[in-house]
Design a protein around this ligand. Sequence first.
Ligand SMILES: Cc1cc2nc3c(=O)[nH]c(=O)nc-3n(C[C@H](O)[C@H](O)[C@H](O)COP(=O)(O)O)c2cc1C
Length: 153
Amino acid sequence: MSQIEILVGSTLGGTEYVAEAAQTLLEEAFFDTDLHLEPDLNEMSLQEEQIWLVCLATHGAGDYPENFKDFVDQLQQVNAPLDGVRYAIVGIGDSNYDTFCEAAKNLDYILEEMGAQRIGDRLEIDVVVHPMPEDRIADWIPLLIEDLNELID
Ligand SMILES: Cc1cc2nc3c(=O)[nH]c(=O)nc-3n(C[C@H](O)[C@H](O)[C@H](O)COP(=O)(O)O)c2cc1C
């Protein structure tokens, strides 16, 4: 189970850089990855065990980016538990907003409620502190890789 589905929610494109940086590091560690810039649940085989890495910005007033809204709607229509899904989640946001990283927090809650199991802690990247959020992910991916290797062993 060394395949990672990288799901991206982004409006202005910054989170795509974060996801691409994560992809490069995961592939250097010999994981296979697929980058989903327009996530579509119909493309995921929920019958099989899978690992997701969600990289998700917050927009609006704590809302999901436009390209991610359909995916959340699709998830909420699934009637079966997501017990074959393990996921890691990275929120990208701006701490000047009261709704800091709200989209990632909400999705984390939804996935957990649906029976998916999170790998490690949720990472929240504050663009005020990290104007280049892809640099922050480079520090975090090695921790994720440790968790993934334990999962796979
Ligand atoms: C119109 C607008 C609304 C935003 N709303 C929020 C918000 O509610 N919470 C938050 O944490 N960040 C918010 N942000 C900050 C973005 O999440 C941040 O700029 C992020 O890097 C954007 O990622 P993207 O380039 O992938 O779209 C907002 C940014 C914009 C431009």
